[in-house]
Design a protein around this ligand. Structure first.
Ligand SMILES: [Zn+2]
Length: 208
């Protein structure tokens, strides 16, 4: 049986419906998670969405969107950074599995973004070259959102996380000719979203 391919609009509907099920507690795990579903997928995959999200244990996209096996194509790292490995992975998903949507999912109170804010305040405190490379990737977002006179410092981390997501949505299409071409043909879109740790709610930034 051929796997069902999805349009961008249908993919967005499936994510919102899955998220609503996740919040209501009435999970059905998308297309399924058992052996039957695994066997359906032995010949290939047709995920309806790719997701770039933080490695934070509190934001697993399959749980947030109530997705099953074969539903989501996921890359995660601290700070949901779009490096070349992630971008190449999403190009593969779009070009070779027909995945019609990339969701860039940031979240509130992100520890990686918090570390970048802390590094601006105290640049002399460095933890390791590897943590530094995460922080350096997030630094443009932190600098772009530095609270102005009288601004609320407590919002800085969340403002920077949101800015990071918005910029990655632009970057994905700017950097990738494959994604840009599919976008022009109406076969692919990129969608920003923020997950609020306090409410467990996803807010999509644009509906494309
Ligand atoms: Zn995070």
């Amino acid at each position: 049986m051929a796997l069902k391919q999805h349009t961008t609009a249908k993919a967005y509907d499936l994510l919102r419906e899955g998220h609503a099920r996740s919040l209501s507690g009435e999970r059905k795990y998308g297309s399924g998670v058992g052996l039957d579903r695994a066997l359906e997928l032995t010949g290939g995959q047709a995920p309806y969405a790719s997701v770039l999200c933080c490695a934070d244990s509190r934001v697993p996209p399959e749980h947030i969107f109530d997705a099953g096996l074969g539903d989501l194509f996921v890359c995660r790292n601290a700070g949901n950074i779009l490096d070349d490995l992630a971008l190449g992975s999403f190009e593969y998903a779009a070009a070779h599995t027909g995945c019609p949507l990339l969701v860039v999912l940031g979240h509130t109170s992100c520890g990686a973004v918090g570390a970048a804010v802390a590094a601006v305040k105290k640049p002399e405190d460095t933890e390791s070259p590897h943590v530094d490379s995460v922080i350096q990737r997030l630094m443009p977002a932190v600098i772009a959102t530095v609270p102005r006179n009288g601004g609320d410092m407590s919002d800085w981390v969340d403002d920077a996380a949101r800015w990071n997501v918005e910029r990655i949505c632009e970057d994905a299409l700017r950097r990738s000719a494959i994604l840009r071409d599919l976008h022009r043909q109406g076969k692919f879109n990129v969608l920003g979203a923020m997950y609020d740790l306090e409410t467990a709610q996803v807010s999509f930034m644009q509906t494309g």
